[in-house]
Design a protein around this ligand. Structure first.
Ligand SMILES: Nc1nc2c(c(=O)[nH]1)N[C@H]1C(S)=C(S)[C@@H](COP(=O)(O)O)O[C@H]1N2
Ligand SMILES: [Mo]
Length: 324
């Protein structure tokens, strides 16, 4: 699952290691646009220096299969987004997120912890410890992608902030600024976008604080400069462009619970046996993949999105139909 990025962002194309297996190297080169395969969207990726990726053969397994060769194209990852701060259509984030100012960026840390304060992205996320993690992501709308994220375990960030025994949950907020986020004139959601995790969920090694994907800095539509990635839960738990982290005692109310509590719960674990009130969750379509006869390919959804081995123990004894 882990591909260690040995160095941070400042390596040149020529530094791409020969240890990288052919496929990920090819994908990486494609993503960087070096092969001339660059399309409109990949040209729009912020001109980020390339990272050195040393892949570990046999990693990235999901349900017995290797995820490395299933990666969703950078174009799809950048152009089919949910980021309601820029509008509710899938194309709005790519079209409109350019107004977001991601540098400088500051994150306020507060609540039950020993190290509250204002942090820069680099203060929170150790850029010498970045890893690539290829995760399968599943949206509650029944579509999925496979994304090669770059980031660090959320636990690494949390350990730096030293929560006290009173901290039972971690809570996050996205930026509120109508000038930078024009979709916020629309009250679909009561801004800011809010999310949270139980402390033991947040400390699970699968949960990451991402700052990049495909070896490059996160694009704005994907949640620059830093966002959550929680692969066993529906995509909406992955809050983007985070400006606040708070350690709290009580279970926070997330944006989607507040909006529609019968449809979206706090846990939001991918559970194909619990239907969304308006549609089934048993299958999903993989963005960018088509079947031979012209339809979008459909896949079976697995419990915990296929990551049960790593996370099922977090929910021992809980009724996951009631705690959906
Ligand atoms: N701040 C914020 N974070 C957000 C959202 C949003 O609207 N606003 N949408 C969520 C949903 S529903 C999904 S599926 C994922 C999509 O992430 P992606 O566009 O990078 O694939 O982001 C999540 N994080
Ligand atoms: Mo979603």
């Amino acid at each position: 699952m882990l591909i260690k990025i040995k160095n941070s962002w400042d390596l040149k194309e020529s530094d791409v290691t020969s240890e990288a297996n052919f496929l990920s190297r090819r994908k990486f080169i494609q993503a960087a646009g070096i092969m001339g395969a660059g399309t409109a969207a990949s040209i729009m990726v912020p001109s980020m220096t390339n990272a050195q990726i040393a892949s570990k053969p046999g990693s990235n397994k999901y349900d017995g299969r290797d995820l490395a060769d299933q990666q969703t194209s950078l174009d799809d990852i950048m152009s089919y987004n949910n980021f309601y701060e820029f509008g509710v259509d899938k194309g709005d984030p790519m079209a409109k997120a350019h107004t977001l100012i991601t540098d400088p960026w500051s994150v306020t840390v507060e609540g039950h912890c020993e190290n509250p304060g204002e942090y820069s992205v680099e203060d929170l996320v150790d850029h010498n410890a970045l890893e690539e993690r290829i995760y399968r992501m599943r949206c509650v709308e029944a579509w999925s992608m496979v994304i090669p994220w770059v980031g660090v375990s959320l636990s690494q960030v949390i350990n730096k902030l030293k929560p006290t025994a009173k901290a039972k949950y971690i809570y996050f907020e996205t930026l509120v600024d109508k000038k930078q986020m024009p979709g916020q004139v629309n009250r679909v959601i009561r801004w800011p976008y809010r999310e949270g995790l139980r402390m033991d969920e947040a400390m699970n090694p699968l949960a990451i604080m991402a700052v990049g994907l495909y070896g490059r800095k996160l694009t704005k539509q994907n949640g620059a400069p830093l966002r959550m990635v929680v692969p066993w839960k529906y995509g909406f738990k992955g809050i983007k462009s985070i400006v606040k982290i708070s350690f709290v005692e009580k279970q926070p109310v997330s944006s989607w619970m507040r909006l529609q509590s019968e449809e979206y719960g706090f846990y939001a674990n991918v559970n194909p046996r619990v239907s969304h009130p308006r549609w089934s969750q048993s299958k999903e379509r993989r963005i960018g993949e088509f079947t031979g006869i012209g339809g979008l390919s459909r896949q079976k959804t697995l419990m915990f999105n296929g990551y049960g081995e790593q996370v099922a123990h977090l929910y021992d004894g809980m009724n996951l139909r009631r705690n959906f």
